[in-house]
Design a binder for this molecule. Structure first.
Ligand code: CDP
Length: 208
């Protein structure tokens, strides 16, 4: 079974993907980490604006070396969204995502284009969202918890800018697949959101 989870920044899709993966004992890929890693490499080289450098970094990426802790900063979220708008970067990361999804038994992938581009045949597709204010609150709490000193207003502005860039780009824009189920988590805590996500996946499994 392949479960595809998409949604805008800090919508809670990562937490839901991890929980669903644990529940069904499936491997999980947070595809945002791929773009964050490419962003980290070109930022370190001082070449964020250099498209060829980002494509080269994407081609050389080794999933085994991804360090989620180091990659989940606000700065790398922004850099990820810049490199992710480049078709060459996305093309270079296609193969490894397809291979991950094709594992025997299935997989859970979360990102922006899983249900639309990477796994259009996924058995269950969720589009997870929440209001920008709720998402900014959650991300603020998360970043403060990690020791990053960022203001709520800065995060809200960053989330709005990133959503706009991710939705407006020509290459695999953030989009709800026609057959994805919308899950708005604005008024739900993690346990409630997980229960709702599970109900959606179970219904899909039973062909409902
Ligand atoms: O955790 P958060 O929702 O803030 O971001 P993320 O999922 O780690 O993704 C960071 C950035 O990578 C996004 O803003 C997108 O621009 C890009 N991305 C993408 O284009 N396609 C994906 N499948 C996953 C992430």
């Amino acid at each position: 079974m392949v479960i595809a989870i998409d949604g805008p920044a800090a919508s809670g899709k990562g937490t839901l993907a991890r929980r669903l993966a644990a529940h069904y004992d499936l491997p999980h890929l947070d595809t945002g980490l791929l773009y964050r890693a490419v962003g980290a490499i070109v930022l370190a080289q001082g070449r964020l604006e250099d498209e060829a450098a980002s494509v080269e970094a994407a081609r050389a990426l080794d999933v085994a070396t991804l360090d989620p802790e180091a990659l989940r900063t606000a700065e790398l979220g922004e850099a990820a969204s810049v490199v992710a708008a480049r078709g060459g970067v996305r093309a270079a990361l296609l193969d490894l995502q397809h291979r991950f999804a094709a594992q025997p038994g299935g997989a859970v992938l979360d990102g922006r284009d899983i249900g639309t581009v990477i796994c259009p045949q996924a058995q269950a597709k969720l589009f997870v969202t929440a209001t920008p204010e709720v998402r900014a609150q959650r991300r603020h709490r998360e970043l403060i918890g990690r020791g990053e000193d960022v203001a709520y207003d800065t995060i809200l502005a960053d989330i709005r800018k990133r959503d706009e860039r991710d939705s407006a780009r020509a290459a695999a824009p953030l989009l709800q697949a026609d057959d994805a189920v919308l899950l708005d988590t604005s008024a739900l805590d993690i346990a409630q959101a997980f229960a709702a996500a599970l109900a959606i996946v179970e219904a899909r499994q039973q062909g409902r």
